[in-house]
Design a protein around this ligand. Structure first.
Ligand code: IMP
Length: 194
């Protein structure tokens, strides 16, 4: 079965494809010839996930899911949160975002944070929402080059290495996106949905 994942991000597509059974083949936005940057104008992760999935379903008439993820840091009142991708400003990259976070937490001892992923699935005319969270803390420096985004500065609870150092298999097993996708897979698993 083919299912659209409303993303242009090849890292995310690969990561999620690894978590799905072989019977589900993910199509990216590029695969359906959608080259639009869908504006993420929502003020919450839930709203942004819905906006992206609805755009594809309404424009192309396809079943589709989208995800929206944020890093929520306790002492920053949940920032960068919905602004995680562009926290250091438009045109800045992941390194700039990590540098900004490390600077903001320079004198902080409370470094608790969590990643949260919200998946919005439009399935045969009905919306479904799945959520995944991983708790952890922000390190004082960057460690590892794996993953993407804030991975080198996020140490999941119970581990002594960052997501940037852990293997993709380990990260997928415990991550925010892994947990949300597991709920999506559990939903898609029974054949009576397909
Ligand atoms: P998105 O909603 O998945 O595009 O995520 C928004 C932003 O959150 C990304 O641009 C990254 O900065 C950050 N992010 C999302 N997922 C992860 C992850 O698994 N590790 C590290 N950073 C992430």
């Amino acid at each position: 079965m083919k299912l659209v994942f409303a993303t242009h991000n090849i890292h995310k597509l690969r990561e999620v494809q690894q978590l799905l059974p072989d019977s589900i083949e993910l199509l990216s936005l590029n695969d359906i010839n959608c080259f639009d940057e869908i504006p993420e104008t929502g003020s919450t992760l839930e709203e942004n996930a819905k906006i992206k999935a609805d755009f594809v379903t309404q424009t192309y008439g396809l079943n589709c899911f989208s995800d929206d993820t944020g890093l929520l840091i306790d002492v920053l009142d949940g920032r960068p949160g919905v602004f995680s991708a562009r926290y250091a400003g438009e045109g800045k990259n992941a390194q700039d975002n990590m540098t900004k976070v490390l600077n903001e937490l320079e004198n902080q001892t409370d470094r608790n944070a969590h990643f949260k992923t919200v998946i919005h699935l439009n399935w045969n005319g009905e919306p479904y929402v799945f959520e995944g969270i991983v708790e952890g803390e922000i390190t004082h420096n960057q460690f590892g080059k794996g993953g993407f985004g804030y991975d080198p500065i996020f140490k999941p609870l119970g581990y002594d290495r960052t997501f940037g150092e852990l293997s993709s298999e380990t990260k997928n097993a415990i991550s925010h996106r892994g947990r949300a996708v597991a709920k999506l897979v559990a939903f898609l698993g029974p054949t009576d949905h397909i």
